[in-house]
Ligand binder design. Sequence first.
Ligand code: FAD
Ligand code: MLT
Ligand code: ZN
Length: 449
Amino acid sequence: VPSLPTPDLVAALAAIVGAEHAIVDPDIVGSYVTDWTGRFHGDALAVVRPHTVGEVAEVVRWCAAHGVAITTQGGNTSLVAGAVPQQSVVLLTRGLNDVGPLDPDAGQITVGAGVTLAAVHAAVAGSGWEFGVDLGARDTATIGGMVATNAGGIRVVRHGTMRANLIGSEAVLGTGDVISHLGGLAKDNTGYELGALLCGSEGTLGIVTAVRLRLVRSFAERVVALVGVANVAEAVALAGHLRRTVDSLDALEVMVAPAMAVVAEHLATSAPFADAGAVLLVEAAADHDPTETLAAALNGREAIVATDRAGRARLWRYRESQTEAIGRRGVPHKLDVSVPLAATAAFVDDVMALGREHSAEVFVFGHLGDGNLHVNLLGPAPDDERLDELVLRLVASRGGSISAEHGIGRAKRQWLHLNRSPAELDAFRRVKAALDPAGILNPGVLLPD
Ligand code: FAD
Ligand code: MLT
Ligand code: ZN
């Protein structure tokens, strides 16, 4: 791979996408080489902005023939440095921005990979349907990036991750071949599900250019409650009770006390339930006001409740501002794990103890309904990964996953073996070699060397 863009590369990209979309100006290129947290930096040969699947395919074919690596970038909100280039061309997907058509009977919509999540929500609003995946980076994260990471978010407890909400994909493989399966058939057992394979592949097998999304029916009434509990064990028990008893449960999140304190400070307010060891955020959504059902399930516990849009948003700020609040305090090491629910409370205790031993601040919050905790470490230098490794080994020893939703990216590939056997890693490499034989798609991401 050349270390500087060669005249050939620049001319080839410009011939495919037009000179204004083949960018080599170092100031502009430099704005695409750092991750969202500011912890990871890379370098890029050029930035290319295709607007059609045909342009993507031509770029991939040229790069494959000339051994030039491509890093695909959507909104660059990856929290594992998955979109940070290393001596590669950054392929920006934001020009792939067609929205629709929406099929009102099937409850499906086709969108380009560069469309933001917020734009998808806006496009289906008022149709009687909603898109069932939602997350805090909605204004910037693209649907293609969310497919590539199999993103989760705050509605997984009801609607599942991206994979469950994906009916079909169009993509350009590492060979430059275009595969397209956007017909929207709810039932279709004609062989390998390539769309599902690309989902979670982190840009290493193909570049997703468009997707067909499954929609879920929209509910008129919502209620959000914040509930303080003594500790994480009580949070887990209450979460189980709510999942069993509230059929309209739509979100079930947790903030462990230090995380709650840091977000309250960031929002310049006091933390609700000052003495609580953890706070749950619960949302229920139904055709008829679900407040009574939720209140009955909470069985007299003290709660802060809102049903109006502004009030619900005010309560969600304690959860959705976590990432920003921690980021303002320093450059975090972000670990995104799941552990079996029965092991959750002891895991949090152990992680807090590790933090104290290593003089690091530890902020834990996450999607408790899915057993997914975000462990944020502040203190270690950006390249000091000793504490990260201890936490990830602890996760694996408890039967957990080192990545519940953000993916492996560049940040965690050295620890993939904690969750995946040699036989699985070998199968991964053979799939990679089949779909990206020149090895040009996101080298350095996901797969260990
Ligand atoms: P990028 O960051 O641009 O890329 C992510 C990965 O996908 C990279 O490996 C990239 O190469 C690849 N990629 C991007 N587009 C394509 C494409 N079209 N084809 C193939 N590969 C592609 N994640 C969750 O799962 N749940 C959350 O609740 C959540 N909340 C977040 C909140 C905040 C404030 C932030 C900053 C991030 C959050 N994330 C969350 C992380 C992030 O994974 C998601 O925001 C989203 O999935 C990334 O989309 P993106 O367009 O920014 O992708
Ligand atoms: C979240 O759930 O808020 C996200 O995954 C982001 C994060 O982990 O900071
Ligand atoms: Zn999350």
